[in-house]
Design a protein around this ligand. Structure first.
Ligand SMILES: C[S@@+](CC[C@H](N)C(=O)[O-])C[C@H]1O[C@@H](n2cnc3c(N)ncnc32)[C@H](O)[C@@H]1O
Length: 322
């Protein structure tokens, strides 16, 4: 086993994350061969700055078992395992995403970032995953990926020292059930951290054309109709308090920039594909006409919005299970 992971020396130094960044860039290149704009992966990369600010506030310790719920491409699991020497378990309902996340994990095993699993580094296959509830033999600094539903987690009570859920509750119609599950699987005194977006903390100046703004508003309305909530960030602290978390901090992790985002950029493709994915739903719900959706998507794909200031704040609520 290689256990060369080290505590964070200077996480603000981009060189600290070089191996992780290289592994995710490689995944992006691989995925783009069959899927030109994998929006969730692009979003994972686009929110790196605000994510990494979080780690300093989490007080994770080497050897801790960390559960990351709705792990997606696994950035929190991979980064926390390597930076702190935790055994990170990433759980998600989407097994296709997990298979891709496993490629990043496998590429990093045996590097200076992740430890090798018991029995050494796998030589074949890149989709190795643990059965639900597996102990993963407690290898500090490694990541285990497993399929499971956040509303009914496949883990025993108090199985983890810390639990994280980033950008997950906003998608679920029953956030209280999920919040209670997060608390159930963490030991008393263990760390609970939920990170959410809140559209009240996002702004762009000058605003995009009206046809695009209308489409963005319809996207928010469609998510609400599905039981999701784009204003989840402000609600997380009360939600956690209600299910047994002593909230110790609420942080805003900002990202901001100024410049022209050309139609061909990944950021613009991310916006386009995120909205295109719900185009039919928006029309079916009667939020916009087919023509309005088409015009909005076309403007995103082709129009020059000029230089814009874009500000985004993500809210992290951190606490301890009572
Ligand atoms: C926006 S992504 C966030 C991924 C990751 N946490 C991150 O910070 O990049 C939301 C993830 O939640 C997962 N998800 C949605 N509903 C879920 C559920 N009921 N149980 C577990 N995961 C779920 C999705 O498959 C997706 O991977």
């Amino acid at each position: 086993m290689t256990a060369a992971h080290t505590a964070i020396a200077n996480p603000a130094d981009p060189r600290h994350w070089q191996e992780v960044d290289a592994a995710y860039q490689q995944l992006l290149r691989d995925v783009q061969r069959s899927e030109p704009h994998p929006w969730l992966l692009v979003q994972t990369l686009a929110t790196t700055v605000s994510r990494r600010v979080l780690y300093g506030a989490l007080s994770l310790e080497p050897g801790w078992r960390l559960l990351d719920v709705g792990t997606g491409f696994g950035p929190v699991a991979v980064e926390a395992a390597g930076a702190f020497g935790c055994l990170a378990v990433g759980v998600d309902v989407d097994v296709d995403v997990l298979a891709r996340t496993a490629r990043v994990r496998d590429a990093l095993r045996g590097s200076t970032w992740l430890a090798d699993p018991p029995g050494g580094r796998p030589t074949s296959g890149n989709t190795e995953m643990a059965a639900p509830g597996a102990s993963a033999s407690d290898v500090a600094g490694d990541v285990v990926l497993t399929a499971g539903d956040a509303r009914q987690l496949p883990f025993a009570d108090e199985a983890f020292d810390a639990v994280t859920a980033r950008f997950v509750l906003q998608h679920l119609p029953s956030p209280t059930t999920t919040a209670a599950e997060l608390v159930r699987v963490v030991r008393p005194g263990g760390v609970v951290c939920v990170v959410e977006a809140d559209d009240g903390l996002s702004l762009t100046y000058p605003e995009p054309p009206a046809v695009v703004r209308r489409l963005q508003d319809a996207y928010v309305a469609a998510q609400h109709a599905r039981g999701g909530d784009r204003f989840m960030g402000r609600k997380v602290a009360s939600l956690l308090d209600d299910v047994g978390v002593e909230v110790t901090s609420v942080l805003v992790m900002p990202q901001a920039g100024y410049g022209v985002v050309p139609p061909s950029s990944l950021g613009r493709c991310l916006l386009h594909d995120r909205l295109a994915a719900v185009a039919d739903e928006i029309v079916m719900l009667g939020l916009l006409s087919y023509d309005e959706v088409r015009d909005g998507l076309e403007a995103i794909a082709t129009s020059d919005f000029g230089a814009q200031t874009a500000v985004d704040g993500h809210l992290a609520v951190i606490g301890r299970r009572r």
